[in-house]
Write a protein that binds this ligand. Structure first.
Ligand code: HGY
Ligand code: MN
Ligand code: MN
Ligand code: MN
Length: 412
């Protein structure tokens, strides 16, 4: 060997383990909501590592973390590598962190192998990709690209009515810092992510080269009825918000299957107000997450869902629908896809093309710069749960591909 360092499974395992400790639900998976104490602990860890690897660190007006290795060409656009470091409630240790840790490993290899790139390399750790605290999702990347403007950001509130700005200030972040960046400052964005499905494991292939990402939308449905006494209110004189909401939810699986092949619809979050066992529900607010590889199917399913919601607005029930997020299906950059395939072959790694049923920050960046994404296998195809697990060996292999790809794209 020429004495140059290569990606280390042990180093990656160390990072994953360290980040997994920053959870609000120890022993019940990873719960790391944006701008929480757990976010602050992870943020501190990531910034320390970025500095250790010789990177200039800054946080933008959304709290995204950037670690930059300057290039020799002044003002040149950067090659960004990274993913998100927030989680769903009671999620796993790898959804997001696998990509952040692989990017850290690329930075460590540039640093320890003394590489001097022409184009800058930026490692990025993104906030609020899951939307678990403020709804919608892909917030950090939409902020960087300007898809989420200052107005939109200011309106974000969590379920306790705390705004994103207040939450940022509480952990010492400054929301007034510069936010959207000029797309001309980005040359490429690369993201490693766990597959979150069963395909790579079933095929026993370590590397998935992502070609397209599903289109998705997130709706928030509000059903308003009339609170009342569970004992004294006759059944024919009720405007029960939960009964009305249930009629909508029960129809969604059939609505999704009729919307076109592969369309999925999920109600993952539901809040009942006032949520008392002896009180007729006054109001129900729930999420509807709709996805398809074909935009027309998403649009059809959204239209049908809005009709369905309208159809229960009778007998004292009122309904409304808010669209929190809408992303078209995205095809990733052909040049980076073939680069990833060549580099996988060079490393003797079996690879296969794959499409993503999950949304990712990569889909946001793909309208502004060249984007490439790799997947690694998920054990039993599980994700968004404490059982989520991926092999650090696979993260190391993907980090090697990203390292070679970053050398090529930054023109070391
Ligand atoms: O929901 C998703 O697809 C991603 O995990 N945010
Ligand atoms: Mn993710
Ligand atoms: Mn996720
Ligand atoms: Mn992502």
């Amino acid at each position: 060997m020429n004495g140059l360092k290569t990606a280390s499974k042990e180093q990656i395992e160390q990072h994953i383990k360290a980040l997994s400790r920053f959870t609000a639900t120890p022993g019940q998976g990873t719960t790391r909501l944006s701008y929480s104490q757990e976010d602050l602990q992870a943020r501190t860890y990531l910034i320390e590592k970025m500095r250790e690897y010789g990177l200039q660190v800054r946080e933008d007006g959304f709290g995204n973390i950037f670690g930059k290795l300057e290039g020799s060409i002044p003002e040149a656009p950067s090659v960004l590598i990274g993913s998100h470091f927030d989680s769903v409630p009671n999620g796993g240790d790898y959804d997001g962190p696998a990509g952040v840790v692989a990017a850290l490993e690329v930075a460590r290899l540039f640093f320890e192998n003394g590489l001097k790139p022409k184009y800058p390399l930026e490692i990025v750790a993104l906030v609020e990709e899951e939307g678990a605290r403020f709804g919608g999702g892909l917030m950090g990347s939409r902020g960087i690209t300007g898809l989420l403007d200052e107005e939109g950001f200011r309106q974000l509130k969590d379920k306790n009515g705390i705004t994103a700005e207040e939450a940022m200030k509480k952990i010492g972040l400054d929301p007034a810092l510069p936010k959207a960046r000029d797309p001309k400052t980005m040359k490429a964005f690369l993201e490693l992510h766990i597959e979150q499905g069963p395909i790579l494991e079933e095929k026993n292939i370590p590397i998935g080269v992502v070609e397209a990402i599903v289109g998705l939308t997130q709706l928030e449905v509000t059903v308003k009825g009339q609170a009342g006494h569970a004992g004294t209110t006759p059944m024919d004189r009720r405007a029960d918000a939960l009964v009305a909401a249930s009629k909508i939810i029960a129809e969604l699986p059939e609505l999704a299957s009729k919307a076109g092949h592969g369309t999925v619809a999920t109600v993952g979050r539901l809040n009942v107000f006032p949520n008392g066992a002896n009180v007729i529900p006054d109001e129900v607010v729930f999420s509807v997450d709709i996805r398809s590889g074909h935009e027309e199917h998403v649009q059809h399913a959204v239209a049908k869902t809005k009709e369905l919601v309208q159809s229960v607005a009778a007998g004292g029930i009122q309904t409304s629908v808010k669209q929190l997020l809408y992303m078209k299906p995205k095809a990733l950059n052909e040049g980076i896809i073939s680069l990833f395939k060549q580099l996988s072959e060079k490393k003797g790694l079996e690879h296969t093309p794959i499409n993503s049923g999950a949304g990712h920050d990569a889909m946001v960046f793909s309208d502004f710069t060249d984007v490439g994404m790799l997947f690694i296998p998920s054990k039993n195809g599980l994700s968004h749960c404490p059982e989520e697990w991926s092999d650090s060996e696979h993260i190391a292999s993907a980090a090697e591909i990203f390292y070679e790809g970053a050398k090529h794209l930054t023109e070391v």
